[in-house]
Write a protein that binds this ligand. Structure first.
Ligand SMILES: [Zn+2]
Length: 62
């Protein structure tokens, strides 16, 4: 009956969670720090994807 599939809801919730985490990192001063290895993430990458939490070496751990 709903025109929204569960997959869409999950995808939206994941995006919201990523936004929350990005804002927390921004407030905590670790916005540009890779969550896996501590490397500083390239600003150009963050401009392309503001929710990016990891350096290109750890894309699976966002
Ligand atoms: Zn990394």
């Amino acid at each position: 009956m709903s025109e929204f599939s569960n997959e869409s809801v999950v995808a939206i919730e994941n995006t919201l969670n990523n936004v929350d985490r990005a804002l927390e990192r921004l407030r905590g001063g670790t916005y540009r720090t890779c969550q896996a290895c501590g490397t500083e993430i390239d600003q150009a990458e963050l401009l392309k994807n503001p929710l990016l939490a990891n350096c290109p070496a750890h894309p699976e751990l966002s």
